[in-house]
Design a binder for this molecule. Structure first.
Ligand SMILES: Nc1ncnc2c1ncn2[C@@H]1O[C@H](COP(=O)(O)OP(=O)(O)OP(=O)(O)O)[C@@H](O)[C@H]1O
Length: 259
């Protein structure tokens, strides 16, 4: 019945590539307000294609103009997401646990790269009790080498003692952020990009702005202990993730690192 529609292997490839692209765009925008804008645009695009196929000249013309002229507006609206997307493509850490090479299990070393979230959360909880300021960045798919290079390199398996020693007030390493990659502390004293968002309440200082900044520009997640209040904050995608208990925080962190 569909004989009249020419369909080649290239069309299959085309569909697969578009599906992959849409999946990554969805993954990037999931949980942000931008997802609603994206769904709106996808909807208009679909209607435009239908009106084109039905040869409804006027409506398809108007929608076509809207979509073509809207490209510049889209670049402005999605500026942060486009940056993040390009960074994701350019710096995807192929050696991370989700990377292709590590899918070949027999090439893996004995040491597990799964991040021990319990130990990190326990360290934060201890530092919270002593009001020790801390800022921990956990790498996901975007490589953070561009940040690691401005700090002090380290290679220590994650545990409470290491993290608490780093952030101990008299430690020479306590200033700045600490970066964790594949269950290893790979850098300390890292200077992060500061967010210039006007939505951050004034009571939050540079430590919070730095955590929000790095989570806006990359897909890394941050744990922060306030020196002033002892409060533990979990920051992802440029915003605070609310939690009421330590166990809930651990669960959220674990889920985010697994996705
Ligand atoms: N760009 C940055 N990157 C990483 N760490 C930073 C950066 N800027 C400041 N910090 C850290 O934040 C500390 C200063 O925190 P500040 O008091 O301004 O923040 P805060 O958000 O109010 O946090 P707190 O509640 O702990 O006081 C610095 O000592 C430094 O360790």
């Amino acid at each position: 019945m569909l004989d009249f529609i020419p369909f080649s292997i290239l069309d299959v490839l085309d569909i697969l590539l578009v599906a992959t692209l849409l999946y990554y765009i969805y993954k990037l925008l999931k949980g942000t307000v931008a997802i609603n804008i994206f769904i709106g645009i996808a909807f208009i695009f679909l209607i435009w294609k239908i009106t084109q196929a039905l040869k409804m000249e006027m409506l398809s013309g108007i929608l076509g103009y809207l979509l073509s002229g809207g490209v510049i507006a889209l670049i402005i609206v999605f500026q942060q997401e486009i940056r993040k997307f390009l960074l994701m493509i350019g710096t995807t850490n192929f050696s991370s646990k989700k990377g292709f090479l590590n899918q070949l299990k027999f090439l893996q070393s004995e040491i597990s790269s799964e991040i021990d979230t319990e130990k990190i959360i326990r360290a934060c909880s201890n530092m919270s009790k002593t009001k020790t300021g801390a800022l921990i960045v956990i790498e996901r798919t975007n490589g953070l080498d561009f940040l690691i290079n401005n700090g002090d390199a380290m290679n220590a398996l994650v545990n409470e003692v290491i993290l608490e020693s780093i952030f101990f007030k008299n430690s020479p390493l306590h200033d700045g952020a600490t970066i964790i990659r594949d269950n290893f502390v790979v850098a300390t004293r890292v200077v992060l990009p500061i967010s210039d968002s006007t939505k951050i309440p004034a009571r939050f200082g540079l430590r919070h702005r730095a955590a929000i900044g790095v989570s806006e520009k990359t897909d890394a997640v941050c744990l922060l202990v306030s020196e002033e209040t002892g409060e533990i904050s979990y920051i992802k995608d440029g915003g605070f993730v609310l939690h009421s208990t330590i166990d809930e925080l651990n669960e959220k962190l674990k889920n985010d690192l697994a996705s």
